[in-house]
Design a protein around this ligand. Structure first.
Ligand code: ZN
Length: 133
């Protein structure tokens, strides 16, 4: 899907959009039913973000603040994950596009807020760089 959009359609922007009040984010902070294998795989990625950012998240004043911040951090992390794909690295090298955006939607005021924007000038950590021709 990403590959088709980037390589064939040549989209200029890719948007990862999280939303406050996300049930998935909330679920990821509790124990899962072991039989929900596919769902659990998705939740595992959110748990990983929690583990990476535990210090910041555990410093949140309220449980609600913590959930909201995890929504934001998970969105930001997913945008960074895109930079670790050969699809984006190839496109950035060859086309200097697309721009990657992380947004969060707030259903309470209907607004989208920008969390992170990365373009082809973004210095990808060498540990995630592909050896591109
Ligand atoms: Zn959700």
């Amino acid at each position: 899907m990403l590959q088709y959009a980037v390589d064939v359609l040549k989209v200029k922007h890719v948007i990862v959009c999280g939303h406050y009040g996300c049930g998935g984010i909330k679920a990821a902070l509790s124990k899962q039913r072991p039989d929900l294998v596919i769902v659990n795989k998705w939740l595992k990625h959110i748990k990983d973000v929690y583990r990476l950012k535990r210090q910041e998240l555990d410093g949140c004043e309220t449980e609600q603040d913590k959930l909201n911040r995890l929504v934001e951090l998970n969105t930001i992390e997913q945008v960074h994950n895109l930079t670790g794909t050969s699809i984006i690295q190839n496109a950035w090298k060859n086309d200097k596009a697309p721009v990657l955006h992380g947004w969060v939607y707030d259903v309470r005021d209907g607004l989208l807020r920008e969390l992170v924007t990365l373009d082809a000038a973004y210095p990808i950590d060498p540990i995630y760089q592909y050896d591109l021709e």
